[in-house]
Design a protein around this ligand. Structure first.
Ligand SMILES: [Zn+2]
Length: 282
């Protein structure tokens, strides 16, 4: 991205937040021949416009934002800490890193709280004491779900299996032997039940009853036995892990979309922090 582009983008969507620097981040290290400067964030700008307003000091989850500051070159991830404890932490990889800025998409599961920077080879650095986030997933919705694979599994945590990985991946690929039961992460109504799609194979989309989120299960071994409009309960078996469609090995490609849903105005959310929280083996 060039400076020209930035100039044309930023004034349009404006500055979101202007927060004071935390004292810790301004302390200069002393001694040593190699001066190491901790990254500092002066403010967070909205880059991508969203339907929600960015102008009221609130970052809408899913929006692309730009951290503006100094010594940001080695920042690899931004962690939205949310409440105390690690359960609702939501991390996102940065892109377009330069000394003075780092871009990140606010994770769908991000909650209001401190924001930390993870620097290559270093401890996390507090960037902002408190950032207000409008989450796509309401606080508390991290719980109240069932892990979608009932049986031995591997939450494939590699670049290509993760959300946003190669091919603009919109879900999380989770591996299990073909035939392992797939269950509803949250009960609700079947929005789409399709057999033998060229890429998705046999797949299902279910709108969660209490969350309003859409949950998508692809590459199932057999055509769905439920139909569009059917109700399913949380934990109800939906089928089995398979490798139908364009699948490399037995796995479920699992997506989560915010309301109003899958390809109907919602946004795909990174499922990884959620499935990790639901995973009984984690
Ligand atoms: Zn996938």
């Amino acid at each position: 991205m060039t400076t020209t582009v930035l100039r044309s983008v930023l004034p349009t969507f404006g500055v979101v937040l202007t927060l004071a620097l935390p004292a810790a981040a301004t302390a200069a290290p002393s001694g040593g021949a190699q001066a190491f400067s901790e990254p500092e964030v002066e403010r967070i700008d909205c880059v991508t416009p969203t339907s929600e307003s960015c102008a009221q000091g609130v970052l809408p989850a899913g929006a692309r934002v730009r951290l503006v500051g100094s010594d940001l070159r080695d920042v690899r991830r931004v962690v939205f800490r949310g409440a105390d404890g690690r359960r609702d932490d939501a991390a996102a990889r940065v892109s377009h890193v330069g000394a003075g800025h780092a871009d990140v998409q606010v994770p769908g599961t991000a909650q209001t709280g401190p924001v930390d920077l993870v620097v290559r080879g270093g401890e996390p650095v507090r960037a902002m004491p408190r950032v207000t986030v409008r989450p796509l997933v309401p606080a508390g919705q991290v719980d109240g779900h069932v892990f979608p694979i009932r049986g031995k599994h591997d939450v494939g945590q590699t670049e290509t299996n993760n959300f946003g990985g190669g091919r603009n991946h919109q879900g999380q690929d989770m591996f299990a032997a073909c035939g392992t039961p797939l269950v509803a992460a949250q009960g609700g109504r079947v929005r789409m039940a399709k057999a033998n799609h060229a890429r998705a194979g046999n797949y299902l989309v279910i709108t969660g009853e209490s969350s309003g989120l859409d949950y998508v299960y692809m590459h199932m071994q057999a055509p769905p036995t439920v139909e569009t409009g059917d109700r399913v309960a949380s934990g109800q078996q939906l089928g089995e892990v398979g490798d139908t469609g364009n699948a490399n090995g037995c796995h479920v490609h699992f997506e989560i979309w915010s309301a109003p849903g899958w390809y109907t105005g919602g946004k795909p959310i990174d499922p990884l922090p959620l499935v990790r929280a639901w995973d009984p083996d984690h």
